[in-house]
Design a binder for this molecule. Structure first.
Ligand SMILES: O=C(O)CCC(=O)C(=O)O
Ligand SMILES: [Fe+2]
Length: 309
């Protein structure tokens, strides 16, 4: 009891620094302490109750936080939803994975890490890629976007030939902007990077995986899984917590994972070796759209720009 009230008064002192309201309350409780013994006891009892309740609440919050962290391994949000990141880059030491492959000076990673930018591709540009998700009604031109319908005819984007034509311009432009961003960030030459396969569109919802191929949530290393990758990029087309739940991207670092919350137009990119072990959380509801755009330094593994069929 004595201990709690001592704690209470030191907390009171600390709080008094914080704001005048609490300092007034502290002054009152101090006044009570100097009043009659009965009043003083009552004041100490209140303070003790208050501090005990605060301690219990803090312990509860800590336990809830730590059990959540232990459960999903998430400790830090690298790119949160609603944020607009210009250039976020975190350097990590390169793994030795690149040594097992032919080196291409000026391209093969010497500097490794992960970056996120919401300034390379606009949300509007992602509309076009979403239209590839076979949710575009080519007859009416209606594209379902979250809870809204956008009429593509009004934008002059409504016919198949127009879409193909647009892709030949836009797909290539988007790819080159992302490529440029990666090159600038890692201090390499953009012309020494080649698009490689698989470069693909992913549409994930909460239905059961039919084949192991559909099991997108396993931790993996792109260079190990896909071989030719040196730089991986992801262009997100829908919003975490708005269009789908779960589905965050997680870098699995020893002791503290880092998450990226997808949002339309967000580009995340990273060196593809085991310095960037990662996974995607299972999607709990809604549909998550993304494009994986991958680059290699080996011209023999390069492919042309994807074309729209
Ligand atoms: O869609 C994502 O966020 C990540 C996909 C991925 O890890 C991959 O394509 O290798
Ligand atoms: Fe991956």
């Amino acid at each position: 009891m004595a201990l709690t009230s001592a704690l209470a008064s030191s907390l009171c002192g600390l709080r008094a620094l914080g704001n005048s309201f609490t300092s007034r309350r502290c002054a009152n409780s101090f006044a009570r302490r100097n009043a009659g013994p009965r009043e003083a006891r009552g004041g100490r009892l209140w303070a003790a109750c208050f501090v005990s309740a605060a301690l219990v609440a803090a312990a509860g919050a800590f336990l809830a936080w730590s059990s959540r962290s232990a459960e999903d391994g998430v400790a830090e949000v690298l790119a949160g939803r609603g944020e607009t990141l210009l250039d976020k880059f975190v350097e990590v030491p390169c793994s030795g994975d690149y040594d097992g492959y032919r080196r291409f000076e000026g391209c093969t990673p010497r500097r490794c890490g992960r970056g996120v930018s919401d300034a390379v591709i606009t949300r509007e540009e992602t509309l076009f890629f979403l239209s590839q998700a076979s949710i575009l009604d080519l007859h009416s031109g209606a594209l379902s976007l979250g809870k809204q319908f956008v009429n593509l005819y009004r934008w002059g984007l409504g016919t198949v030939p127009t879409l193909s034509l647009l892709c030949s311009v836009l797909c290539s432009d988007v790819r080159h902007r992302i490529q440029q961003k990666i090159a600038e960030t890692f201090g390499i030459s953009s012309s020494s990077m080649y698009l490689t396969k698989p470069t693909f569109f992913s549409r994930i919802n909460s239905t059961e995986a039919k084949t192991t191929h559909d099991e997108y949530w396993h931790p993996h290393i792109d260079k190990v899984t896909y071989g030719s990758f040196d730089y991986t990029s992801l262009l997100y087309l829908s919003d975490y917590a708005e269009d789908f739940g779960g589905g965050r991207f997680v870098f699995m670092d020893a002791g503290s994972n880092k998450t990226i919350e997808p949002q339309a137009g967000r580009v995340s990119f990273f060196t593809s070796g085991s310095e960037n072990l990662h996974r995607v959380e299972k999607v709990q509801w809604g549909t998550r759209y993304a494009i994986t755009i991958s680059f290699t330094c080996n011209p023999d593994h390069g492919i042309g720009d994807p074309i729209l069929m």
